[in-house]
Design a protein around this ligand. Sequence first.
Ligand SMILES: [Zn+2]
Length: 222
Amino acid sequence: MASTGNRYSDEVKDFARSIYKQSPETNTYEKVGIAVSEKFDFPKALGKSTIGDWIKNGAYAKRASERNKEYRSTIEGMINKRLHDFKDKQKMRSDIVEMLPNRHETVLELIRDRLKDVKGRNRMLATTYIKYWEEHRGLEKISDTEWRLPCGICGDEVIITPKGADMQLDHITPHSRGGTSEPSNILPIHKKCNQSKTNMTLEEYAELTSKVSKYLEKKWQK
Ligand SMILES: [Zn+2]
């Protein structure tokens, strides 16, 4: 396979792979969420109080709310909040996508459509992106209805079909953090990998996964 010119660190990929190995029935996205919640104990602490306790014990609620605020100002808190909010919604959405008939006949149509949502694209042609991915990211067109390339986060293959159910276009450096929409900054990756990265930069994502990885290693050794 051609060089992918991958900028994601080996640490991130090793982490994602090790998670799949350890627990194939749970995806990285859920596993990171579980590990983070266990480590920081915040959702557990809330889970223990009943609604009655919650109302009666104003001090506890206040403490929890302060802890919540502090927690969510960290990278760990930010990702966990996202995971919590999006997990159920995403599951529902992907179930719906699976049931829907194809909106597109070919992958090219799908990519053209998806690129319309890429912010600040300046009307760059879809073919410009596709050519870049072929040359630098290892994109291979198998047929009109199946393209593939290695995921920039976990390294496993992303298979792109006209449904595009398992693929999202990622701003490698998030648009909200100053990332451009040049072809070099846009990459098709797994939906679940995009969700666990959220709007972190690669450096922040690497830092988080390294922390979670160390934590899980310790936990699984016991
Ligand atoms: Zn992936």
